[in-house]
Design a protein around this ligand. Structure first.
Ligand code: 4AD
Ligand code: MG
Length: 480
């Protein structure tokens, strides 16, 4: 008989009274000598279907072996349920066992810690929580492709192996086919890569942006959606060494337009989750974080706050003067820590914040430079004056998360960009093709990067980024 997915079966009243066949993994079995109840889940929904087994029909020895985690196929009639907690159930006529599950099954017990489950990440997908998170992850990917497709962006594939460091932070994983014990060096002791696979030093990409700009300045509007890699030694609940990033890049987009796009896009994703992931969100709201649904609705309600970094620092300094304690300093020029970002979002404004015009010294070389003042400062968004040079870096800060989007208007002037590259001693030979975008028909343009797992963290209410990707890669951990 053809399998019916449980999600379909539970939402199709016309199936009541019919013979059905379900296949899945046993969550629980309970009952007495006469009748046994098996709760079966097939991953199509957080909900289980109840299979009612009359022990006269199915022999007791077969039933006894069916423990949590076993995999089976059950056929029978779908009927309206007398019991509480489910609308329909299956009156079982036959069971075929695909695989029994020995008692050392690591997801046997309920209420295991997330720490424990990370050590058994290959099996944690079979739990309710991880099932819910993975289904939501899928729906968010669909939300993203739908949004960009419907707004005229092309899905653009940028390389994963690259010879340039987009963010200039030096956090790259090298790619080589060379035997590390047999590295050739030049007379100054530097490794030569002439005889390596690509004939030069290569790494895994930290961002597809630079190539994305090539796409946008030809196709008008593109987005990437792929894995990126960062060898930052950050053991935090918000950092992964391998994470997925979405990077739209748009020709003729200015700072205000960039902020509008960031806000509209992220609201679309949150709305999509509420529209498509109802059962899973309700489960997470009940089991993981009972402010989740309220927080998701909250993001949709108001406009995001828009302000400059300089204004943000003023608010933080005022808070310190009024007695707020932070672990890290936040003087003008400091990179904001997530505690500062969260203070602004969660305590001060109580809504998401788009912050723009960051100090040049803490941002990447490609960002648009704000107009200089005679005093050596700069004038930026809505005329706000900063004491030093600033760039049109435009990040989105979110409750619980801190930075969820990092973006900017790009410097389109060839001369200014070249001067910045030289000031930072970025090796020019890697950058010639990028500079060609500014040399040949340059145009104003802007874009951003959304960390996919940070979005999933927000939408699921999970606390640790390691629990929103199937197989996390973090310092010291590359199992599975
Ligand atoms: O702010 P970032 O470094 O910006 C860029 O990479 C730009 N090239 C994007 C662009 O303008 N096209 O990273 C963008 C986002 C961050 O806001 C954060 O959400 C996420 O990527 N992110 C990480 N997520 C998980 N683990 C990490 N180690 C992350 N580093 C950044
Ligand atoms: Mg950033």
């Amino acid at each position: 008989m053809k399998q019916t997915k449980i999600a379909h079966l539970l939402t199709s009243p016309e199936l009541v009274g019919q013979q059905v066949c379900v296949k899945g993994w046993v969550r629980t079995r309970r009952g007495n000598k006469q009748v046994q109840f098996i709760a079966l889940n097939d991953g199509s929904t957080i909900k289980n279907v109840q299979i009612v087994v009359n022990t006269e029909r199915i022999d007791a020895d077969t039933l006894k072996d069916i423990t949590t985690g076993s995999c089976l196929c059950a056929t029978g009639k779908l009927v309206e349920s007398m019991g509480q907690g489910q609308s329909v159930e299956i009156q079982c006529e036959s069971i075929e066992i695909y695989g029994l599950c020995p008692s050392d099954f690591p997801m046997q017990k309920k209420g295991q810690t997330f720490e424990y489950m990370r050590k058994h990440a290959h099996m944690r997908l079979r739990t309710n929580t991880f099932g819910a998170v993975m289904r939501i992850r899928h729906h968010m990917a669909m939300a993203i492709h739908t949004y960009f497709h419907e707004h005229g962006f092309y899905y653009f594939h940028t390389p994963l192996i690259t010879a340039s460091d987009c963010e200039g932070a030096g956090n790259m994983f090298q790619v080589t086919t060379k035997n590390l014990y047999d590295l050739k060096k030049d007379d100054q002791g530097r490794i030569t890569y002439n005889d390596d696979f690509f004939g030069q030093q290569t790494s895994l990409t930290v961002s597809g942006q630079l190539e994305g700009e090539l796409g946008a300045t030809a196709l008008g509007a593109i987005y990437t959606f792929g894995p990126t890699f960062r060898a930052e030694n950050s053991n935090t609940p918000r950092h992964l060494a391998e994470f997925w990033m979405i990077e739209p890049e748009v020709a003729f987009l200015d700072q205000e337009g960039l902020m509008d796009l960031e806000e509209d896009f992220i609201k679309h994703c949150v709305r999509w989750a509420l529209d498509h992931c109802n059962d899973d969100l309700e489960f997470l709201n009940k089991m993981i974080d009972n402010t989740l649904l309220e927080r998701l609705e909250g993001v949709l309600k108001d406009s995001f706050v828009r302000l400059t970094y300089t204004q943000g620092i003023e608010i933080l300094q005022q808070a310190i003067a009024n007695g707020t304690k932070f672990e890290f300093p936040c003087n003008w020029g400091d990179d904001l820590a997530s505690e500062h970002e969260r203070f602004l979002v969660e305590e001060h404004f109580k809504k998401p914040v788009i912050m723009t015009d960051y100090p040049s010294k803490i941002k990447a070389f490609y960002m648009k430079q704000n107009a200089a003042t005679p005093q050596g400062g700069s004038t930026g968004y809505q005329g706000v004056v900063a004491p030093e040079p600033t760039m049109q870096g435009t990040d989105v800060l979110f409750p619980q998360i801190g930075e969820i989007i990092g973006g900017s208007v790009r410097e389109e002037s060839y001369d200014k960009l070249l001067a910045e590259i030289e000031r930072r001693n970025i090796p020019m030979k890697d950058m010639w093709w990028y500079l060609d975008t500014r040399k040949y028909g340059t145009c104003p343009h802007a874009g951003f990067g959304l960390g996919f797992e940070r979005l999933i963290l927000f939408v699921t209410g999970m606390a640790n980024i390691r629990d929103v990707i199937p197989f996390p890669r973090t310092p010291g951990n590359c199992e599975f």
